[in-house]
Structure formats: structure tokens, C-alpha cells
Design a protein around this ligand. Structure first.
Ligand SMILES: NC(=O)C1=CN([C@@H]2O[C@H](COP(=O)(O)OP(=O)(O)OC[C@H]3O[C@@H](n4cnc5c(N)ncnc54)[C@H](O)[C@@H]3O)[C@@H](O)[C@H]2O)C=CC1
Ligand SMILES: N[C@@H](CC=O)C(=O)O
Ligand code: NA
Length: 438
């Protein structure tokens, strides 16, 4: 007789309902792969009076805590989201000896070390492939396949909702609000979509990626973050005129500095912000809710991971992959690798990071204005790559000046922007964006 492992599911929304569907429809295959039947013994929901086609109502409970503490549960899948009660429920699951599979990047980025330590002391697994870039296998490649290599950069598009919005604004001229509503409808957005559009979701993912890639701990609040709410149609048009597109990027880097005495210091950085990238860059072709992550490592060189970053079925695929893996471990009486944060690398402040910038400025359309603007950049040692006047985008008497700089530190650029704002010729500094991937 095939053995069985008992699964408790916390949350039955976009991802949870898809996990149950696959467990029911592909039970035999999953049992053959896991070495045990994966039997759902309970599903914690917030409300019982919601129609859930195909789900046995007898499995539903509103008492999530009692469910995770049941003696007969082996594996807990947490797809509620948010910090509490998800954290307490996961910790309770560990206390009861269950392994946990979660898609919860917000919680991992906020309090990952507590969870990893609790899993380790309970001798169980904590898996979270779905937490970063949905269906794309990226956590396991970083923490297992590339564990023998030295990763120096992880960069990519890790939020499906914002990519969907920017793509539609770029290609269809769609309005921000309409596309956000569509992303919510399609199950891409977080329960509170502010997490997506303000970059919190991508920042949580960047924290997780940087921690794993660089064997350290990076918390969500240590990630520099800007969202896409300030991006206007005119930014997107200006980007297109320059042969670029606007993408929300997550960039995690390992920085190695050697002082005069030959001492080497390694720091890490993690940032999330909109950036202009050349239309010919591979990330520029990542459309809709798709994600893509590039890794750079000393041995393997460049690797690219691409696929569906959001949505019920793709995310459930990652959850189920973890579930089968945790089940296999359990059947062998083993656990998978835990956290590998053996270094304590400092997180570099954003002001010390060099990037090129795009700045658009509305200024009086009069002689000398370009020289006045150029001198602001010169005062702060920021070298200008191109400066041009965009036509037909603004009111009469006003010129839209678009400047692209060479690589500069954020601190110097901020000083330039402050000086620009003080010029009488400058009406408005309309937008400041980084330029990447050149
Ligand atoms: N939707 C997506 O594309 C992806 C989602 N995720 C993550 O997966 C998790 C779930 O996301 P979704 O399924 O999209 O969210 P959702 O909002 O559709 O589902 C969450 C469900 O949990 C229920 N819930 C909330 N508090 C509860 C409680 N105390 N007890 C029982 N049930 C409770 C809600 O009523 C809701 O049905 C989140 O952590 C999210 O960040 C990760 C990758 C992609
Ligand atoms: N809201 C997230 C869902 C997946 O993590 C996104 O849009 O990427
Ligand atoms: Na993933």
C-alpha cells in the first residue's frame, strides 16, 4: 500500500485553489514522484460562505491554528500572504514537526532568519520557490545548482503586475489605472496592489535573492526601493524616442573593494527602481506578467531564467514542486539544505552606487538655458552623455530637455537635481530615472 503524507493548506485564494486542484487531479502522478500520496486533510479559509467549486466543504475550517497543530499533519502550505497570522502559523507548524512550503516573500524578507532558525531547530524543511518570480525556478538554482560558484550579480524583472502595466502603457498607450485593475482581475497583483506598484513586492524578492546569492542576510528595509507610480506617459514616450523601454528592475550586486594595504572588503547592494533599458536588451522583450532573472557568476558566467512571474497556475507549479521535494525528504527522513547566511556582508547605501541617469526637465525656451542646465551637472562632477530638447510635449514657451548622464553616484545626482530646481529657468524637474543595461 502506498504511504500517505498529510497536507494542510492555509489560504484558498488565487494560488491555494490552484494547488488543491492539481493535488486532486494529478494525485497519482504526484504520489509516484513523492513516494507517498499527498492527502489534503484541511484547508484554512477566512470565510466558509464562499463558493469553491471542486473543493470538498468538509475540508474547510476557519481555525487555521488548530489545523497546523493537528498531530496527523506532515506538510503545511502557507498561501495566505502577509506577516500575521502567517508567521505565527508557520512557527506553530514547525513546532508540530511539519515542513512548510510558502509563497510569502513579504514575510521571508521581513523575518526570514526567525523562520529558518525555527525550521532548523525543528528538523524540518522550509521551501519557498514560489516566493520569487512565480513559476521560474530561481531559488533552487541559486541555493543548490550554483552553490559551488561565486555569484556577483542577480538582476531582473521580478514583479509581474508592474511589468504587465508598463508593457501595456508602452505598447498600447493604456492608462495606468485600467491596466492595474486588469492585473488584479487576472490574479497577478497582491491583495493590496500598493505592494506591487510601489515596489515593496519586488524589494522583498530582491532581499531574498541577495541573501541567498551572497550568503548573507538582507532585510526588506535595506533594499533601496522606488515604484512605478511616478512614471508618466511622457516618460514612456521619451524612453521610446531614445530607443529604450522603462522596466521595474531588481538589482542585487556583490561589491569587492581593496584598500591600499590590500585588505579586501565585500559588501552587497540591493535596489528596486524603474530604469530605462535599451529596446534591444533581452529584458526589454519580457512582456505581460512575465519575469526574467539574470545571474552573473565567476564560473558559469551569465545565466538567464525566464517565465511566468505571477498568476495562480504558474505559482502553484512552484508550490507543488516544493511540496513534492519536501515530501521526498520526509519519506527519506531527511531535510533539504537550510539557510546559507555564513557571511555578514554590509549593505551598501544607495548613495554609493554608480549608475547612468535620465533626467527630464521643463525649462523656459530661451537662449542660455541649455548652458545653465549643463553647468549644474558640471558643478557636481556629473558628466553628461546626451542632452536634447524634446519637441511637441509641452506648453508654448517651455522646452522639455532630456539629459542622459554618464555613470554617477546617486548622491551627486541628487545634488544636481537640487540645483536644477533652484534655477529660475527651470520650471520643473519632471522625472529622474536610472539607465541600465547599456
Ligand atoms: N498571485 C500570484 O501571482 C502570486 C502570489 N504569491 C504569494 O502567494 C500568497 C497568496 O497569494 P494569492 O493566492 O494571490 O492571494 P489571495 O488573496 O488570492 O489568497 C489568499 C487567501 O488567503 C485567505 N486568508 C487570509 N487570511 C487568512 C486566514 N487568517 N486564514 C485563512 N485564510 C486566510 C484570503 O481570504 C484569501 O482567500 C501571497 O503570499 C502572495 O504574495 C506568490 C507568487 C505569485
Ligand atoms: N504580485 C506579484 C505576484 C507574484 O509574486 C507579482 O505581480 O509579481
Ligand atoms: Na520561483
Amino acid at each position: 500500500m502506498t504511504s500517505a503524507l498529510r497536507v494542510a493548506l492555509l489560504g484558498c485564494g488565487t494560488v491555494g485553489s490552484e494547488v488543491v486542484r492539481v493535488l486532486q487531479n494529478q494525485g497519482d502522478d504526484l504520489a509516484a514522484r513523492a513516494g507517498a500520496r499527498l492527502e489534503v486533510v484541511g484547508i484554512a479559509v477566512r470565510r466558509l460562505d464562499v463558493e469553491r467549486p471542486g473543493i470538498d466543504p468538509a475540508l474547510l475550517t476557519t481555525d487555521a491554528e488548530a489545523l497546523v497543530r493537528r498531530d496527523d499533519v506532515d506538510l503545511v502550505v502557507e498561501v495566505i500572504g502577509g506577516i500575521e497570522p502567517a508567521r505565527s502559523l508557520i512557527l506553530a507548524a514547525f513546532e508540530s514537526g511539519s515542513s512548510v512550503i510558502t509563497a510569502n516573500k513579504a514575510l521571508l524578507a521581513e523575518d526570514g532568519p526567525t523562520l529558518f532558525a525555527a525550521a532548523e531547530s525543528a528538523g524540518v524543511d522550509l521551501y519557498f520557490e514560489a516566493a520569487v518570480a512565480g513559476a521560474i525556478p530561481i531559488i533552487r538554482p541559486l541555493s543548490e545548482s550554483l552553490i559551488g560558484d561565486q555569484i556577483t550579480q542577480v538582476m531582473g524583472i521580478v514583479n509581474g503586475t508592474t511589468n504587465f502595466i508598463l508593457d501595456k502603457m508602452h505598447n498600447e498607450g493604456a492608462s495606468y489605472a485600467d491596466v492595474l485593475a486588469e492585473a488584479q482581475e487576472l490574479g497577478y497583483a497582491e491583495a493590496d496592489p500598493t505592494a506591487d506598484v510601489e515596489g515593496f513586492d519586488a524589494a522583498a524578492k530582491a532581499a531574498i535573492l541577495a541573501g541567498i546569492a551572497f550568503h548573507t542576510r538582507v532585510a526588506a528595509h535595506e533594499v533601496y526601493r522606488e515604484g512605478i507610480t511616478g512614471i508618466t506617459r511622457s516618460d514612456i514616450e521619451a524612453a521610446a524616442e531614445m530607443g529604450t523601454v522603462v522596466k521595474l528592475l531588481a538589482i542585487c550586486e556583490l561589491h569587492t573593494q581593496t584598500d591600499d594595504a590590500g585588505n579586501v572588503t565585500e559588501t552587497v547592494s540591493a535596489r528596486v527602481h524603474p530604469a530605462l533599458i535599451p529596446a534591444t536588451h533581452p529584458l526589454a522583450t519580457v512582456g505581460g506578467p512575465y519575469n526574467a532573472v539574470f545571474t552573473e557568476s565567476t564560473g558559469a558566467g551569465s545565466l538567464m531564467f525566464y517565465g511566468a512571474g505571477a498568476g495562480g497556475a504558474p505559482t502553484a507549479s512552484a508550490v507543488l514542486g516544493d511540496l513534492v521535494t519536501a515530501a521526498r525528504n520526509r519519506m527519506r527522513g531527511a531535510t533539504g539544505p537550510g539557510e546559507s547566511a555564513y557571511t555578514q556582508r554590509q549593505v551598501m547605501p544607495i548613495g554609493e552606487i554608480d549608475t547612468c541617469y535620465f533626467i527630464s526637465i521643463d525649462a523656459a525656451d530661451q537662449p542660455g538655458v541649455l548652458a545653465a542646465i549643463a553647468s549644474c551637472f558640471a558643478h557636481h562632477g556629473v558628466s553628461v552623455q546626451t542632452m536634447r530638447q524634446q519637441v511637441g510635449v509641452n506648453r508654448a514657451e517651455t522646452a522639455r530637455i532630456v539629459v542622459v548622464t554618464h555613470s554617477a553616484k546617486e548622491a551627486a545626482l541628487s545634488a544636481v537635481v537640487e540645483e536644477l530646481r533652484s534655477l529660475t529657468e527651470v520650471q520643473e524637474v519632471c522625472s529622474v530615472m536610472r539607465v541600465e543595461g547599456e
